[in-house]
Ligand binder design. Structure first.
Ligand SMILES: Cc1cc2nc3c(=O)[nH]c(=O)nc-3n(C[C@H](O)[C@H](O)[C@H](O)COP(=O)(O)OP(=O)(O)OC[C@H]3O[C@@H](n4cnc5c(N)ncnc54)[C@H](O)[C@@H]3O)c2cc1C
Length: 457
């Protein structure tokens, strides 16, 4: 049986951040993930915004951790090469009621410790985003709102966790919990794991794990968000994130550039009961088109490359559900709904503080490996196919496999031999962009699949 000091359940961005954080200390750490890869749940299907937290509820844990997470992830991205672009955002008021809310939102930003928002006139909004639809009455700027690669973020955290000695246990779905004196045995389909401390970062299933520990304190309510991805030719239309005025129901539908050079429209917000339903719907598609037509009519003349949906792990509360039980040596990180990508590293830091407060002794390791330098899959930084020096040193970077996204055989090889390699085509896409372009893998799919399976290309 595997025996560790700390087991982290869930290999999303939050679990990977926690595993990385704790593996920096003299404790053995295992990450138990039900699927065959990290970042294959909600962490792969979101809006990919690195939030300043300007609109969070002041005084909430979410407000504190989003602001801290923004700073931590910005610094970590610079070190590891996670693609980030500080595009800034403009929140647009379309009605007089929304215009009236802007001072309150600016005040909320100040209360959240963010003092760079500015209320601007309609003319200023149109000067910033000339392609905006008619009828904007004014706006609020958020200069530091950024776009980030969610896939590289989770991978960098998982890679560093592994380099620091954490064990990544895939296909380890936790199905039972056996309390023992001084430890807990986690029962999984792939064998038991005994841990002195357990961190529950199981996202959409965090309440189920919580139930296995005997708690009945919250229920996850999956809230689906569907998004449309527009072709790269649309990118000049949206140089900034265009936000709506948030309402009681959520953050609303936005238009955002992506780190890969596309434009996103979404997300919807629909309460479901099925925690696995990440399908897209005709209703969602129509709803988004109607919103997009009003926000930016010219966007609808561009082609839609793809659509996808992610499920927010809502918990019927307006804040994260983070609670520690020192007697059971168990920490719950639940209800991480709409901001968990941004807050991930701060959640990990917070988890460490709670665990040490509850009695887990953490001594820093004497020597830690350098953080990994991740391959760049962002459009704003040079990619291997653009770099003559890299191609000269290694001609495989000049051999393009995926022509839509300009992915070279060298990058696919690097992904397949990386510390946390993909287990399927979707995982390879998240590491390289192969197959996510206009043709959606129609032309390169067979060759990429052959490379994945180790067959000659
Ligand atoms: C539409 C949408 C838009 C969003 N936009 C943003 C944004 O712009 N910015 C932002 O910061 N955040 C955003 N978010 C939120 C963000 O994506 C999430 O908060 C974050 O990904 C949650 O990460 P996680 O690790 O908690 O969950 P997950 O990524 O879901 O990871 C949980 C993992 O636990 C595993 N698991 C579950 N049960 C078990 C078990 N029994 N045993 C073992 N493993 C298990 C799952 O397989 C999964 O891999 C958005 C979310 C959605 C849905």
């Amino acid at each position: 049986m595997i025996d560790v000091d700390v087991a982290v359940i869930g290999g999303g961005v939050v679990g990977c951040a926690v595993a990385r954080e704790l593996a920096g200390y003299q404790v053995s750490v295992a990450l138990l993930e039900a699927r065959g890869d990290v970042g294959d749940g909600t962490s792969k299907a979101n809006t990919a915004i690195l939030h300043t937290g300007f609109d969070a509820t002041p005084g909430s844990l979410e407000s504190e951790l989003v602001a801290r997470g923004y700073a931590l992830l910005t610094g970590y991205s610079a070190v590891t090469g996670i693609p980030v672009e500080r595009t800034g955002a403009v929140l647009v008021a379309w009605t007089s009621a929304e215009l009236g809310v802007l001072p309150e939102l600016a005040g909320r930003a100040e209360k959240n410790g963010y003092d760079r928002c500015e209320i601007v006139t309609a003319d200023a909004v149109y000067a910033m985003v000339p392609s905006l639809g008619e009828g904007a009455l004014g706006g609020l700027t958020v200069p530091d709102e950024s776009i980030i690669c969610p896939w590289t973020t989770t991978l960098a955290l998982a890679t560093e966790a592994k380099l620091r000695g954490a064990r990544l246990l895939f296909h380890h779905r936790v199905i039972g919990v056996r309390p023992e004196p001084g430890a807990t045995t986690l029962v999984t389909g792939a064998g038991d794991v005994r841990a002195r401390w357990v961190v529950n970062a199981a996202g959409l299933h965090a309440d189920v794990i919580d139930g296995l520990f005997g708690f009945d304190r919250f229920a996850v309510l999956p809230r689906r968000g569907e998004l449309l991805v527009f072709d790269k030719l649309a990118r000049p239309l949206a140089s900034k994130i265009i936000l709506p005025v948030p309402s009681a129901v959520g953050k609303g539908v936005l238009v955002s550039p992506t780190i890969y050079g596309n434009v996103l429209l979404g997300p919807t917000a629909e309460n479901l009961t099925d925690r696995g339903d990440t399908s897209t719907s005709a209703e969602g598609f129509e709803f988004l088109l109607s919103k997009g037509r009003a926000i930016m009519p010219s966007l609808l003349s561009e082609e839609i490359t793809a659509s996808y949906a992610g499920l927010r792990a809502a918990a019927g509360r307006s804040d994260y559900v983070v609670e520690i039980d020192p007697s059971r040596r168990y920490l719950l990180l639940g209800g991480i709904r709409s901001t968990g990508l941004t807050a991930s590293m701060a959640l990990a830091e917070h988890a460490r503080t709670l665990l040490t407060g509850a009695g887990l002794a953490l001594e820093p390791r004497a020597a830690l490996p350098d953080p990994p330098r991740m391959p760049n899959i962002g459009e704003a930084y040079p990619r291997p196919y653009e770099r003559a020096d890299r191609i000269a040193a290694d001609p495989e970077y000049g051999r393009i496999v995926c022509f839509c996204e300009r992915v070279s055989q060298g990058e696919i090889r690097d992904a397949l031999t990386s510390p946390v390699p993909p287990c399927d085509l979707d995982g390879l896409r998240r590491r390289t962009r192969a197959g996510m372009g206009r043709c959606q893998g129609f032309y390169c799919g067979a060759e990429v699949a052959a490379l994945l399976s180790g067959a000659p290309g």
